[in-house]
Design a protein around this ligand. Sequence first.
Ligand SMILES: *Cc1c(COP(=O)(O)O)cnc(C)c1O
Length: 359
Amino acid sequence: MLDPAGKLPKAPGMSVAQLTIDLAAVVANWRALDRAGSAETGAVVKADAYGLGIDDVGPALAKAGARHFFVAAAEEGVALRRALGPGPVIYVFSGHMAGDADVIRTAALVPLINSVDQLLCHVESLPGHPFGVQLDSGMNRLGMEPSEWAALRDLALAQKPELIMSHLACADEPKHPMNTQQLNTFLGMTQDVDVPRSLAATGGILLGPAYHFELTRPGVGLYGGLPFVDAVPVVTLDIPVIQTREVQVGESVGYGNAFVADRVTKVATIAAGYADGLIRAMGPRAALTAEGVKVPVIGRVSMDMLTVDITDVAGEPESLQMLGAHQSVDTVAEYAGTIGYEVLTSLGARYKRTYVPHT
Ligand SMILES: *Cc1c(COP(=O)(O)O)cnc(C)c1O
């Protein structure tokens, strides 16, 4: 045996990046979105709470008063039920998929039924079990279309759904005509229906009360991302410096000699790369900060490392910051030509994670 005396260290040292997740900030963002209107405010915690950890984020939001949670798949609902215990409502966006009945029953999940087939499957396998209805108001992704809903409406309503919802395609662009078009379609499809309704995610909440109905479903805004411009930052990512060196004029750095020094350059090699979700495509457009001073990435992003020009930084920094007060998830997303959602859900499994509690 390699470690007969059990002497291998269990706790990580200083060699991996430190990801700090501020649960008090998540709660502050939830409360701010809750104050935007009079609707009840839910919480979308699919994809492991956008990569931040459902076991910690879920209970923090429940403690703050969230009573309606949304996940993408029934399996995620099971993990959330384990974290929350009985009580809060857990909706599943993918609805009732074949083979899910046991999981939906035992974890007391509420599938958001999106087709005739799903409705039949649900009432046959779990008669009397709560469900919601997902309508397609124009996004053409999930949900029943107006003609399908018209044919099914009386049958579905007779089974007493808990919620009727739809999703906006362009809510992050307040002036987009698609927003009012979908609102009107949703209003038409739910006219004279006495069931709580939900249309707005983060972007929809910011469009104003006409979009709120009885329940809202913010996700990214809780985690500090756009389009919630007033969000409090939630994640901080500090990456330790492994080594520094001085590179002379004409010398190159990294794979493919992608960077060539045109001045004497102090280079820091830091301990995170594309295997940690620092998207390789961001390459030399990216920057980090050292005590608030912006420092550019040079050369290519490696699997486990990045090289950074710290010539303008005094002394030897122990770590550089990728995400935090000086640089948001959306700034980093822009470096990579993507959106904050993808930066969050790509955050690496290797990071040492610390949660700032919500008290
Ligand atoms: C992901 C998702 C949300 C949350 O969206 P955000 O833009 O993150 O607030 C709400 N509703 C549905 C149907 C979703 O898929």
